[in-house]
Design a protein around this ligand. Sequence first.
Ligand code: MG
Length: 280
Amino acid sequence: MLLLVDLDGVVYRSTETVPGVPSVLAARAAAGDEIVYVTNNAMTYSAKYLPRLASHGAPVGPDRVVTSASAAAVWIHDQLPSVRRVLAVGASGLERELREAGFDVVTVGHAATRMHEEGIDGWAAAGHPDAVVVGLDPQMSYLRVAAAADCIRAGAAFVATNRDPVYPTAQGLRPGAGSVVAAVATAARAEPQVVIGKPGPYLLEAGARLVGADVRKAVMIGDALTDVAAGRAVGARTILMLTGVTTRAMADQVPADQRPTRVAADAAGLEAALRGLAEA
Ligand SMILES: [Mg+2]
């Protein structure tokens, strides 16, 4: 089976390992399951997750982590094949992912600096990009929003990595990519043409494609209802883990048409759920 596995709240919580989950995944990998990690986080370059996952004891190999940034690059290649130049509104991981996918990338920081120093609009400052990819930009500023909005108003495609309203940190909740997307969308008076991350299907589709698997036969394992929604969106089975943001009480209140295939309270529950689905 292909297991599409969310990271935060499933494999680890911040820096702590979720007890037992990495070894359940390692046993499944040893038994022949393919494991691909899927995260909405577009700030970190995907390969940087490899040592982190390995340090938690989770099975991982090269090209087994898909972020909403790497999936955005895949989506643009597929759906907008004429796109060459992309304005990246986000952290360095987004820029690097788009660059490695072969796009001519201009960063929003660069565009904002040119707007300020040369007194030109964002569209000219960014060099007339074909697309704008917006994710969580921890250095978001008024001019950066202006640069992105100028390009979208001038006709560049508007791609959002995800719309998570908030982002959990050790210091509490911070604005997520959805907050940045909302600012750009408001200023551009346009909604994104596509939102790549969960709860939509594209992140999971990109994950399945990495290993040449049929996404409808995958099992999506996540701790949030957005993970379940994404799994349902691609026709996959889903396991909702109660090891992160979702409590048992929340899981019990999910309407029938949004319910996961299985609920697992912990690593033992995950193992049992996977065994059940493998035999089904
Ligand atoms: Mg999670």
